[in-house]
Design a protein around this ligand. Structure first.
Ligand SMILES: C[S@@+](CC[C@H](N)C(=O)[O-])C[C@H]1O[C@@H](n2cnc3c(N)ncnc32)[C@H](O)[C@@H]1O
Length: 191
């Protein structure tokens, strides 16, 4: 896949490349998918999803950050590939998402309720704060959404006195689930 260029910065992003790689595998986007993102910020996730999914809708509550998303999409030749919405979800969420990513946690319970009501096939949420991760895990579970919780901790090596030491990134909790209950495995009814 082409490298994602992010010449424009925004305070809360970007989602780190290694985390994006795992996210991409969990979302498993294809050309028939409508991907919806809550909290596009720098557009790092948006840009990569736009290369995989048939349609992408990105919501960002802060107008200046949505503008950063737009500029970074433009820098990657993807300016026309995404429906950008300056909205605070659940306001502005489409009714026909196949995959939903919550990079921002405001109103996440309302967003999850919307995912359940509209039967979103893949729902992933990234959280960095411990207490929010615990509450969000419970919220996924209460709605019957939760398939797995993945905790990611990435460290990057750097040279120190001719050897290699490491700088560590903050841990990220990735909540992965589905509002269709379909894990892709055939059931008795499918046979
Ligand atoms: C951690 S950043 C996301 C980083 C992004 N994935 C990236 O790679 O740049 C979270 C973003 O979500 C936005 N946000 C939080 N809750 C939101 C909501 N309910 N609706 C829309 N945007 C939201 C915040 O303004 C912030 O820009």
């Amino acid at each position: 896949m082409a490298q994602t260029r992010l010449p424009h910065d925004a305070k809360a992003g970007p989602t780190k490349p290694e985390v994006r790689a795992v996210l991409r595998s969990k979302l498993s986007l294809g050309p028939d998918d409508h991907f919806v993102e809550v909290g596009s910020c720098t557009g790092a996730v948006t840009a990569e999803a736009a290369r995989d999914a048939g349609r992408v809708t990105a919501l960002e509550r802060k107008a200046d950050r949505l503008e950063t998303t737009r500029k970074n999409l433009d820098a990657n030749g993807l300016a026309d590939a995404v429906d950008l919405r300056n909205a605070e979800a659940p306001d502005g969420l489409p009714e026909d998402a196949d995959a939903l990513f919550l990079g921002g946690s405001r109103n996440y319970e309302g967003v999850l309720d919307h995912a359940v009501e509209t039967g979103v096939d893949r729902v992933v949420m990234n959280v960095s704060r411990l207490e929010v991760a615990g509450d969000a895990t419970r919220a996924f579970r209460e709605r019957g959404l939760l398939d797995e919780v993945v905790q990611l901790q990435v460290s990057h090596g750097y040279e120190l006195a001719g050897a290699t030491s490491f700088d560590s990134e903050n841990p990220v909790y990735m909540l992965v689930g589905s509002a269709t209950g379909d894990d892709g495995e055939p059931t008795e009814a499918d046979r």
